[in-house]
Design a binder for this molecule. Sequence first.
Ligand code: T3D
Length: 261
Amino acid sequence: MPDHAYETLLHETDAGVATITLNRPDALNALNAAMRSELLAAIKAAGRDGRVRAIVITGAGRGFCAGADLRGGSGEREFRRVLTDEYNPLIEAIRRVPKPVVASVNGVAAGAGVSLALAADLVIASEAARFVPAFNRIALVPDSGLTRTLVRALGRHRATAILLGERELNAAEALEAGLVMAVVPGDRLGEETRALAGRLASGPTGAIGLTKRLVDAAEDATLAETLASEAALQEVAGRGADHAEGVAAFAEKREPRFNGR
Ligand code: T3D
């Protein structure tokens, strides 16, 4: 059932899954100031909500998110402030929330919409999805973390070709590059997203949150740092009720019933 009133988002929580739908379909869900602020608030609220064990971000209508709202024109925009105060906290909130975040990319993602989709932990896409950096078309540079994401995933030359619009990144190519975990026909995206998020929401949420922390840290860590972090967080995970339940279920040859702790 819907549980928050937002101007630019639809939001509901069901069976442990918070689904946040960007809801400005006439503008392909472009990020205006209200949407940036509400999306950050919704992600933080889902992080705090003990009922929520997985978060889905998707778009209403035919687009996922067309990046910054360009309808206000190009004049007098405070790029550094807006990025620092609004876009960057959004990307960091997705990376820091200790719950799995799924981007369900229903159509075109452009500009910071690509950054937003690829900030998620898992990306599932419709066959109609396209990832269009678009920044260069309006003489801007990539932002919201996209440079790092693409260079790490694809290497410098492939990332540059995509960022300069010399190479398309459609759903099939994103799948092949490992940026997207599954591509499904558009009419099955909702069902497949619910199934994926449902599996995550019945998983060991505490251990999943710690795994996410390790994955993020590993991107910049040495082997020694990774080994130390894994040992420290295993100490935490191993003391959780879900670990005891997982081991009991193994011994009893049944499916585990994780409660997220
Ligand atoms: O402060 C700062 O701005 C810094 C932050 C920057 C971050 C960024 O994201 S910069 C990049 C901004 N985004 C873009 O440049 C993408 C612009 N959009 C497009 O290139 C194309 O619309 C798409 C490739 C995404 C999709 O093309 P297509 O042909 O499928 O759709 P369309 O016909 O172009 O768009 C449909 C409608 O959505 C259209 O409205 P209309 O004419 O039917 O009333 C179009 O104006 C609107 N729309 C699309 N993108 C945006 C948008 N409205 C506002 N802002 C948009 N970004």
